[in-house]
Design a protein around this ligand. Structure first.
Ligand code: SF4
Length: 86
């Protein structure tokens, strides 16, 4: 069953059934992914971009993320493309 670790900037989803314990996440960002802590994922311990990079390197697909702000930016970015017809 998937576990979720989140703050207001990112949601990290981990599926223990898929994890092959490669250690990519714990070596890449040990301040976030620490199996000796509970919970073992601390989403406040690093920048979102760093977490996205390490999660993207997970070889099994056990880790994935959702970043709600990216959707907000995409919507607000459309304002710049408004053209005047006058
Ligand atoms: S990188 Fe992915 S497969 Fe490797 S230990 Fe972390 S969650 Fe498991």
């Amino acid at each position: 069953m998937e576990r979720i670790y989140e703050n207001e900037r990112i949601r990290v989803i981990w599926d223990p059934d898929k994890c092959m314990h490669s250690g990519i996440c714990t070596e890449g960002l040990p301040q976030v992914f620490d199996i000796h802590k509970r919970p073992w994922v601390d989403t406040n311990a690093a920048a979102v971009e760093d977490m996205k990079r390490v999660i993207g390197a997970c070889p099994s697909g056990a880790l994935r993320y959702e970043v709600p702000n990216e959707l907000d930016h995409a919507r607000s970015g459309g304002d710049r493309d408004v053209t005047k017809t006058e």
